[in-house]
Design a binder for this molecule. Structure first.
Ligand code: NIG
Ligand code: FE
Length: 419
């Protein structure tokens, strides 16, 4: 808990200024100044040190309602009613976790244990979670989801995407999306996670279901459509058919691509102007060139490589080619059971060739780019007031002090909670 007068939790909800009738005074707004910030990461390169992080030393920031309204040097900060002393610690944008699978039941401890004894990860493990998820009630699924969301918030995540994909029937996919949509606007239809066990003998009929009645039931609840394009899941032609059908219904594509082996996923993602190609573990030079030539973000998910003992994605190669890179947790009970963006930042720095600055950018602004959002992942006037106060003098400590719970306080849409 930081020191000083700190009313952020109890600040009344504020209305925006009334611009419809100039005779009416603007509603009073309770602005909160956070001052004495040793290093403020804004992700605006026109600010501070001019780096992509736009790092301002000895900084301050003002929140009004759910927005950031001012950032700059402490000495120039405006007067406000409320004041929080950051105590010479660092403030960063809240993490934008652009890839998770949080509507599920059960866990896969036994599978993880077997993997750590040498067994390989296979897409087929998803079937275990499908069975548990189908058997769960709506209330159980929602309780599980909110548990992991609270866990993620405590670790600084203020925006998250999540998917269906453990139902694989029309009803079970639609209910997963309905539950997810109660908690985030970044909802992804992943009926094409694997071929449903009910269609094991007729994958083409399952693709017809995913692009037909299941899409009809799911499209109203989702913003995105995703496919696991991989051996043992869906091939390039099936993935193209599924993503194209989703686009025709107004969903925006993103792709699980090149996770377990080389394949067509990344190039398909770029061809269809997907917002993101996720995993990108096995890339040819042609895949890297394709990413560099388009606007598709490469979202790297180091928790998956950690938990499957797989080779690391080469972030350095992508960055050097000019590709926009995001980092995300991929939180799911099979391949990556972590909700911790700081953990992913530390892995990316240690094992994927990223600098601490690059990894933090990718976990915040990069995630926002992967979700085609401009209101989050940065701390500049007009952005949503999503930020994390670290128990550290610099954001570099996220990688320098791996595994340490450094998030002291989080503001999400201007509302504070302690880590
Ligand atoms: O992103 N790759 C496909 N889907 C998940 C794994 C899901 C699971 O194993 O349950 C992933 O790693
Ligand atoms: Fe995933």
């Amino acid at each position: 808990m930081n020191s000083g007068n700190d009313p952020a939790n109890s600040a009344p909800a504020t209305a925006g200024p009334d611009t419809t009738n100039s005779a009416v005074a603007p509603a009073a707004t309770a602005a909160t100044l956070i001052t004495n910030i040793a290093g403020l990461v804004t992700n605006d390169p026109s600010l501070g040190d001019g780096s992509p992080l736009g790092l301002i030393q000895d900084a301050a920031l003002v929140i009004e309602g759910d927005r950031v309204v001012w950032t700059g040097e402490s000495s120039k900060a405006p007067a406000t009613d409320n004041r929080v002393d950051a105590g010479g610690r660092a403030v960063i944008p809240g993490f934008v976790d652009s890839h998770s699978h949080l509507v599920f039941a059960g866990d896969r401890t036994a599978e993880f244990n077997a993997r750590m004894s040498g067994r390989a990860y296979e897409a087929g493990g998803i079937r275990t979670t499908v069975a548990a998820t189908r058997a769960a009630t709506d209330a159980e699924l929602e309780a599980n989801l909110t548990r992991y969301l609270r866990e993620a918030l405590r670790q600084g995540t203020t925006t998250f995407e999540t998917k269906s994909g453990y139902g694989l029937t029309v009803e079970d996919e639609a209910r997963a999306l309905r539950i997810a949509a109660r908690h985030t606007e970044e909802v992804t239809y992943l009926g094409a996670h694997i071929v449903s066990p009910d269609y094991a003998d007729d994958p083409a009929a399952y693709v017809d279901l995913v692009t037909g009645p299941m899409l009809d039931a799911c499209a109203p609840h989702a913003r995105w459509i995703d496919v696991f394009c991989e051996k043992g899941a869906f091939d390039g032609d099936q993935a193209r058919a599924i993503l194209t059908a989703g686009k025709a219904r107004g969903l925006l594509p993103r792709v699980h691509a090149n996770q377990l082996s080389y394949g067509p996923g990344v190039r398909l993602a770029v061809e269809l102007d997907a917002a993101s190609a996720d995993h990108c573990t096995h890339l040819t030079d042609a895949d890297v060139d394709a990413l560099a030539s388009g606007s598709t973000v490469a979202t790297l998910l180091p928790g998956a490589e950690f938990s499957t003992r797989a080779r690391w994605p080469d972030a350095r190669r992508l960055l050097d080619a000019g590709v926009t890179v995001a980092l995300s947790t991929d939180c799911n009970p099979g391949s990556s059971f972590t909700s911790s963006m700081p953990f992913c930042v530390a892995l990316a720095v240690r094992d994927m060739g990223m600098t601490p600055d690059e990894a933090l950018w990718s976990a915040t602004a990069g995630g926002a780019a992967a979700l085609r959002r401009t209101d989050v992942g940065r701390l500049t006037p007009g952005a949503r007031a999503d930020l994390a106060l670290l128990d550290a003098p610099s954001h570099v400590h996220l990688a320098y002090r791996p595994g340490v719970p450094l998030v002291a306080r989080v503001w999400r849409a201007g509302v504070a909670s302690d880590g």
